[in-house]
Ligand binder design. Structure first.
Ligand SMILES: CC(C)(COP(=O)(O)OP(=O)(O)OC[C@H]1O[C@@H](n2cnc3c(N)ncnc32)[C@H](O)[C@@H]1OP(=O)(O)O)[C@@H](O)C(=O)NCCC(=O)NCCS
Length: 183
């Protein structure tokens, strides 16, 4: 569990299903399209799976009310993906808030505490983030966290199809920060 002034970051519980359904009934961006939930039953099943994740996948909970207002996660990856001896010291976060709770500084508060946890307690050497070129709030968050804009990958990845069934490719911006920069 990670605590900040207004938030708790904790593993998901089955009782979080309704709160999560609120923001995953219609995922805000294409990169989360596959996470879409259609019913409370489906959300409960999803919470059962998430409840097993205790180190790297957290619900963002408003301390004042206990409501789950979003989520943040990042898993250890090899720093050099093609070298099987390379250490798992690299992380790429996903963050998402219920839109009712955006614009209140909660994403920054949660991400700042999560980055600190990854760098200080989970062996992170480098954290990088991918975000669509049109996702300005996410880019703004990366910049507030002190991340460097490292590049723009044109037609990098496809999460959804065009009406004719062909893949709709996204242009992706990469941001990153090193532990030595964070500290
Ligand atoms: C990306 C996302 C998490 C950013 O959330 P957010 O609420 O806009 O981000 P922040 O926490 O930085 O808060 C933004 C604003 O809240 C304002 N705010 C209001 N009250 C505040 C307070 N008490 N303390 C701090 N900031 C406050 C700030 O002014 C800040 O704007 P600024 O940085 O221009 O000053 C959110 O847009 C989201 O969930 N998007 C959909 C999912 C998504 O796109 N995920 C990323 C995929 S790559």
């Amino acid at each position: 569990m990670i605590e900040t002034e207004r938030l708790l970051l904790r593993p998901f519980l089955e009782k979080d299903a309704a709160d999560v359904l609120e923001y995953l009934r219609k995922p805000a961006v294409n990169c989360f399209a596959s996470m879409k939930l259609d019913s409370l039953e489906e959300a409960k099943e999803e919470m059962k799976k998430r409840a097993r994740e205790t180190e790297y996948y957290f619900a963002i909970v408003l301390k004042e009310t206990g409501k789950v207002i979003g989520e943040i996660d990042a898993y250890p990856e090899r720093g050099e993906p093609h070298d099987t001896s390379s250490p798992f010291d690299t992380f790429s976060p996903c963050w998402m808030l219920n839109e009712v709770y955006q614009g209140k500084g909660y994403a920054y508060e949660a991400a700042h505490a999560f980055f600190d946890y990854l760098f200080r307690k989970k062996g992170a050497r480098r954290i990088y983030a991918y975000t669509e070129d049109y996702n300005l709030p996410s880019q703004h968050l990366c910049e507030k966290l002190g991340m460097r804009r490292e590049g723009l990958f044109m037609e990098f990845v496809s999460f959804v199809n065009n009406p004719d069934g062909s893949p709709r490719y996204e242009n992706t911006v990469q941001y990153a920060i090193l532990k030595k920069e964070w500290l």
